[in-house]
Design a protein around this ligand. Structure first.
Ligand code: NDP
Ligand code: HSE
Length: 405
C-alpha cells in the first residue's frame, strides 16, 4: 500500500525511518508492504535516504489515487486542518501526531473520516510512544471512566527532573529538551501547559464522549514553580509534577484542570521522570490502570504513528468506529467550584492561620524563615479556600499548589 508523510521533521523522519528499517515485520503483519511514495516538506534534504520522494506540492499527494495512507506530522492547525480534511474527503486514511489539530478540530475531522469511509487515527498525539488512546477506547470500553490524570508532557517533565534532581538551570534543561527533539516548535506551549491541555482535551473527549475544547480547561504551566516549594514537597513525601487531570462529577459534568500538583511519593506518577509520561485511568469496573513510556522523541512517537498506519491498512475496508460527540458548553464545571486539596505557603503568624483554616496539616522545612507557614488543606473548593485565606490577618501568600488526592 502506498503512503505519504507530510512534515519531515522529528516525527516525520522517524516515521520514514521505521517504515524502512522495520519493513519486514510490517509486511509480515500486514500481508503487504507500506511503501513511501511522497514526503512533503518545505525544506530540502540533500543526501537523505528519502530525497527522491520529496515534494513541496501537497496536490501531488491529494491527487495521486495510489496513495491510500497519509501521516500528518507538520504540526499546527494551518495548513494541517485544510490538508487533513481534503485528504479524508478524497478517501485517504490519515494518521497524525498533531494534538493541537485533534484537540481543536478532532470532532469535525472524525466526522469527515466517517462520512468518507476512512480512518483518522492519532495515537501519537497523546503520550508519544505510550499506547493510551486505543486502550482507552477499546480495552476499557466496558467501563464508565471515572477519572484520569497523568504526566502528559515530556519536555516539562524532563526540565523538572533536570532542574530539581540534577541542579541543571532551566534554560539549559529546555535547550537540551529542544536538542533532543522533545519540545514544540514554540516551547511556550510546553512550559505554559497548552500542550498538556490539548492532550487532556483529547483524553477527556474519548473518556466522556463530548468534544472538549482547550478553552474549556483551566491551564497553568510550570513557569511559577519555585525551588522552595519543591523543597517542601520533597521534605514532606511529595514530588511536584505538571498534570492533566479530569474526573466525572456526580452532577454528570466533568472537572478538568492542567496544573502543577503535589503528588504523594507512593503514587506511581511520582516515579515518572525525565521524558517519560505516565497516565492513570480509573474505570468503574477495571479500577485503576497505569500507562507508562516515552512521551516524546522521534522514534517513540513515530512508533505510534506507524502502528496507526498499519491499523489503517488493516482496516482499509472496515472503518473503525472511533469518535465522540459535539461540544457541550456546560459540560465542563468551573474548576474553582470543585473539591480539591491545596499546598499553601506564605508569611505570617501560624496561630492566625490555625484560627482561620481549622484542620490543616502544617509542613516543616529545615532552614525555613521563622515567619514562613506552609500547610496542606483538607478537601474543599478553591473558592472556599480563597475566601478563608483572604480572611487571615497579615498573611502574605507566596504559593498555592494543588495536591493530588
Ligand atoms: P518538526 O518541526 O520537527 O517537524 C515539522 C516539519 O513539518 C518541519 O520539517 C516543517 O518544516 C514541516 N512543515 C511545517 N509546515 C509545513 C507545510 N505547510 N508544508 C510542508 N511541510 C511543513 O516538528 P515535530 O516533528 O517535532 O512535530 C510534528 C507534530 O508532531 C507536531 O504537531 C508536534 O506537536 C507533534 N508531536 C511531536 C513530538 C515530538 O517528540 N517531537 C511527539 C508527539 C507529537 P519547517 O521546519 O520548514 O517549518
Ligand atoms: N512537546 C511534546 C512533549 C511532544 O514534550 O511532550 C510530545 O507530544
Amino acid at each position: 500500500m502506498k503512503a505519504a508523510i507530510m512534515g519531515y521533521g522529528v516525527v516525520g523522519s522517524g516515521v520514514g525511518n521505521i517504515l524502512l528499517k522495520n519493513a519486514d515485520i510490517i509486511a509480515e503483519k500486514l500481508g503487504e508492504s507500506i511503501e513511501i511514495k511522497y514526503v512533503l516538506d518545505l525544506r530540502d534534504f540533500p543526501g537523505d535516504v528519502l530525497e527522491d520522494k520529496l515534494t513541496k506540492r501537497f496536490e501531488d499527494i491529494l491527487e495521486d489515487s495510489e496513495v491510500k495512507l497519509v501521516c500528518e506530522a507538520m504540526g499546527g492547525t494551518k495548513p494541517a486542518y485544510d490538508f487533513t480534511k481534503r485528504l479524508l474527503e478524497a478517501g485517504k486514511h490519515v494518521v497524525s501526531s498533531n494534538k493541537e489539530l485533534v484537540a481543536t478540530y478532532g470532532y469535525e475531522l472524525l466526522g469527515a473520516a466517517k462520512a468518507h469511509g476512512v480512518n483518522y487515527l492519532f495515537e501519537a498525539a497523546v503520550g508519544g510512544g505510550v499506547p493510551i488512546l486505543r486502550p482507552l477506547w477499546q480495552c476499557l470500553a466496558a467501563n464508565h471512566i471515572e477519572k484520569f490524570y497523568g504526566i502528559l508532557n515530556g519536555t516539562t517533565n524532563f526540565i523538572l527532573t533536570k532542574m530539581y534532581n540534577e541542579d541543571m538551570p532551566f534554560d539549559e534543561a529546555l535547550a537540551l529538551a529542544q536538542k533532543l527533539g522533545y519540545a514544540e516548535k514554540d516551547p511556550t506551549a510546553d512550559i505554559a501547559g497548552a500542550d498538556v491541555c490539548r492532550k487532556t482535551c483529547i483524553l477527556a473527549s474519548i473518556s466522556f464522549g463530548k468534544h472538549i475544547d482547550p478553552d474549556q480547561v483551566q491551564t497553568q504551566g510550570i513557569q511559577d514553580i519555585n525551588i522552595r516549594d519543591v523543597s517542601y514537597a520533597k521534605a514532606n513525601g511529595y514530588e511536584i509534577k505538571l498534570l492533566g487531570y479530569c474526573r466525572k462529577l456526580d452532577s454528570g459534568k466533568i472537572d478538568a484542570i492542567v496544573s502543577p500538583f503535589f503528588v504523594p511519593k507512593g503514587n506511581q506518577i511520582a516515579t515518572v521522570s525525565d521524558v517519560f509520561n505516565g497516565i492513570v485511568v480509573v474505570g468503574d469496573m477495571v479500577d485503576e490502570v497505569f500507562f507508562y513510556g516515552r512521551g516524546a522523541g522521534s522514534m517513540p512517537t513515530a512508533s505510534a504513528c506507524v502502528a496507526d498506519l498499519i491499523d489503517c491498512a488493516m482496516h482499509d475496508k472496515a472503518r473503525k468506529n472511533f469518535g465522540w460527540g459535539a461540544r457541550d458548553a456546560g459540560f465542563v464545571e468551573n474548576h474553582s467550584a470543585c473539591q480539591g486539596s491545596y499546598f499553601v505557603r506564605g508569611e505570617g503568624d501560624i496561630h492566625a492561620v490555625k484560627a482561620a483554616m481549622g484542620d490543616v496539616t502544617f509542613l516543616s522545612l529545615q532552614g525555613a524563615p521563622l515567619n514562613e507557614v506552609a500547610f496542606i488543606t483538607q478537601t474543599e473548593t478553591e473558592g472556599d479556600l480563597d475566601r478563608k485565606l483572604a480572611g487571615i490577618p497579615d498573611f502574605h501568600i507566596s504559593a498555592k499548589i494543588r495536591v493530588l488526592v
